[in-house]
Design a protein around this ligand. Structure first.
Ligand SMILES: C[S@@+](CC[C@H](N)C(=O)[O-])C[C@H]1O[C@@H](n2cnc3c(N)ncnc32)[C@H](O)[C@@H]1O
Length: 361
């Protein structure tokens, strides 16, 4: 666990509780990762997507957990079972005041990808609560993306009529998003879910894609990810033996190499700054293909965004091995995250230079 702010004095938090939000389907992976990385945290409460831990050490109010499977985290307060909506709102307002939080993030522990599915009980409960806030014309900012280091009161749907309160300081980018999920409005005709995933990966990684940035994606059909890159003005080389959606294949900024990643001639990628991979193959297969391309004299990638699919949950134990392998290619800054819009997979971002200000060639 690291403290990030130089001015902030470490305070004794022994006896306090942390909360950690994760993909409900990856709860066991998240627990396993916490046990390994932070053995001094004692497990307390656990429901799919929401875990609390007792803290037995001293550290700053603003802490950072480097965990692949944690979506968000903060200090846990208490569960509450209010008699009415207005009672819940009053409780939230007074907790926000107490923790000097201008922001309230209301989220559901069971969020998987309800933006595309039928409304669940938790989503309905949240909408009702948000409606109550609007009615009461509260000055609190509800479910807005925060700026860096702002304080947030977390209101987490736990079960029918049961909510958990917590708070955090938005130190990392995902902590600025309600529940660690970036609010993304999909385009009217979204080509595939990978649109959402790539949009989230770019926000999380901070890798800038602008007009003229040259990107290549291995495993690009039907083209949701390309759709996002094109919206940003990129030039895209789409590598996939399968067909792209016509809206992508006909786009003036797209070149389709209808072949497998390992058959691509290196010279075709000589202008590429950002290489993405999203093939439905085992992680080692993806890494072998990328390694072969990265080590060529004609390629000069500055950044990588790789989806590593987990066909078997045991593969999660190999994340450190994957990271070391990518670092050995000269990418000094490597981070991993299970994206909110991803499935049984993790996203790896890798940069040669920490400052990724210019990617355009
Ligand atoms: C999950 S889909 C990719 C979705 C895509 N990124 C999008 O934005 O719509 C996986 C794709 O990987 C492709 N694929 C599998 N093995 C591949 C390989 N060795 N090289 C290139 N593409 C591959 C498949 O043809 C399939 O279209």
């Amino acid at each position: 666990m690291t403290t990030k702010s130089a001015e902030e004095e470490p305070v004794s938090n022994a006896g306090s509780f942390l909360f950690i939000g994760c993909n409900p389907r990856s709860q066991n992976l998240c627990k396993q990762e916490i046990k390994q990385a932070y053995p001094a945290l004692s497990p307390s409460f656990s429901r799919p997507g929401f875990l609390t831990y007792k803290v037995n050490q001293t550290f700053s109010e603003r802490f950072d957990l480097s965990l692949t499977f944690a979506r968000t985290f903060g200090w846990s307060l208490q569960p509450t079972q209010p008699q009415s909506l207005s009672e819940l709102v009053s409780e939230i307002i007074s907790a926000a005041e107490q923790h000097k939080a201008p922001h309230v993030h209301v989220w559901a522990r069971d969020w998987v990808d309800h933006s595309l599915e039928e409304k669940s009980e938790s989503q309905q409960a949240i909408e009702t609560l948000l409606g109550e806030f609007r009615k009461q014309k509260s000055k609190l900012k509800i479910n807005a993306v925060t700026r860096a280091d702002e304080r947030v009161l977390d209101v987490v749907w736990g079960d029918t009529d049961r909510w958990w309160l917590g708070w955090h300081i938005a130190g990392s980018i995902p902590q600025r998003w309600p529940g660690g999920v970036p609010p993304i409005q999909p385009p009217e005709s979204m080509i595939s879910r990978a649109y959402l995933k790539t949009r989230e990966a770019l926000l999380w990684s901070g890798i800038p894609v602008n007009k003229g940035t040259v990107c290549a994606e291995i495993g690009s059909a039907p083209g949701g990810s390309c759709q996002r890159l094109l919206e940003l003005g990129a030039q895209v080389i789409a590598i996939d033996p399968a067909d792209l959606a016509p809206a992508i294949s006909k786009h003036a900024n797209v070149t389709h190499l209808k072949m497998r990643g390992r058959d691509v001639p290196h010279r075709a990628l000589s202008e590429v700054s950002l290489l993405l991979a999203d093939s439905n193959v085992a992680p080692t297969h993806t890494l072998d293909t990328v390694e072969e391309l990265v080590s060529g004299k004609q390629t000069h990638f500055r950044g990588l965004i790789l989806t590593l699919k987990f066909t078997d949950p045991k593969m999660a134990r190999e994340i450190d091995v994957f990271i070391q392998r990518i670092k050995s290619w000269g990418f000094r800054f490597v981070k991993t995250r299970q994206l909110a819009y991803g499935r049984q997979e993790i996203c790896v971002m890798a940069l040669k230079q920490k400052s990724a200000r210019r990617f355009s060639s």
